[in-house]
Design a protein around this ligand. Structure first.
Ligand SMILES: C[S@@+](CC[C@H](N)C(=O)[O-])C[C@H]1O[C@@H](n2cnc3c(N)ncnc32)[C@H](O)[C@@H]1O
Length: 191
């Protein structure tokens, strides 16, 4: 009996170790670590992006699924996460199940640089300025007029935000994006 318990504990810790490795290493291989957005910041971002019930939200790199769960549970949105990490996808799936929103949350294995977002109403991004700059053409070429991109911390250098929260550093862009920048937005606001 003791032998079986030791064996079970051994395999449990091995599984935990592999899970931890996957959680850290897979995002690191793509250059964007798994760093979640604070729930209050997510709520402010989704309000600023004017997310409405039954609209479709994509989260680019959905991590532990918190953006998807908040969008589905508190805003009534349909959500799709594009996530490269298998450990993150498993946690998102469990979070959606636990919060009773699995019918409104889908997590797809994939690279957000190759995603199809023609049907998106809102795309949520928490990435570095490098990824954001690389995503501009991809989003501009696909997203429908009136849809929004909401970016945490990093602005799109060649687009003028339609809304901005200076406290939480959140940028919203309505499609098609207006040529300009964060600076042109601020200059207009201070005129
Ligand atoms: C900074 S976290 C953001 C998590 C979540 N969106 C949030 O705001 O809480 C970035 C996530 O993107 C994932 N990721 C990194 N590069 C990716 C890529 N090219 N395609 C899809 N997911 C990616 C990482 O695994 C990680 O979970």
């Amino acid at each position: 009996m003791t032998d079986i318990l030791i064996l079970v504990a051994f395999f449990f810790f091995i599984a935990l170790f592999v899970f931890g490795l996957l959680w850290v290493l897979v995002p690191a291989m793509y250059g964007l670590p798994s760093r979640p957005t604070h729930p209050d910041r997510i709520r402010v971002a989704l309000k600023l992006a004017r997310l409405k019930a039954d609209e479709l939200l994509y989260d680019f790199g959905s991590g532990d699924g918190r953006v998807l769960v908040i969008a589905a549970r508190e805003f009534g949105a349909k959500t799709i996460g594009i996530e490269i990490g298998p450990a993150q996808r498993l946690v998102s799936w469990l979070a959606a199940l636990y919060n009773g929103v699995s019918d409104r949350v889908r997590v797809e294995a994939g690279n957000f640089f190759k995603s199809d977002v023609h049907d998106a109403d809102v795309v949520f991004i928490y990435a570095t300025s490098t990824e954001v700059a690389k995503l501009a053409l991809h989003l501009e070429g696909q997203m429908k007029p009136g849809s929004r991109v909401v970016s945490i911390s990093a602005d799109f250098p060649e687009w003028e935000p339609s809304d901005f929260d200076g406290d939480k550093l959140i940028f919203v862009y309505e499609m098609p994006p207006k040529p300009g920048s964060w600076t042109t937005y601020l200059l207009k606001k201070t005129d």
